[in-house]
Write a new protein. Sequence first.
Length: 103
Amino acid sequence: MKEWVLVARIEDVKGVLRVEYGSQEVVLFRLSDGIFALRDTCSHEYARLSEGEVWDEKVYCPKHGSCFDIRTGSVSGLPAVLPVETIPVRIEGDEVYVYIENW
């Protein structure tokens, strides 16, 4: 089942915010043009992207340095070769919702 789930308020997303709902982990990123979301797991080996560094609208995995585009989830730095799943985001008033399956 897919549904929109309230995960934060806009003011809570100052840069990077990790959110959990059930067993799902998502990381929210606030960029100059909006809020974006990715699964909070590196596609190379388990590590939380929310603990990585953000530079030039990319997030770097804290474990091995793989680099992912925050908007698209695409890989732009090895050792990862697979993208990270992007999660649709919807803003309603001051609330941030994500659209995800099996929450």
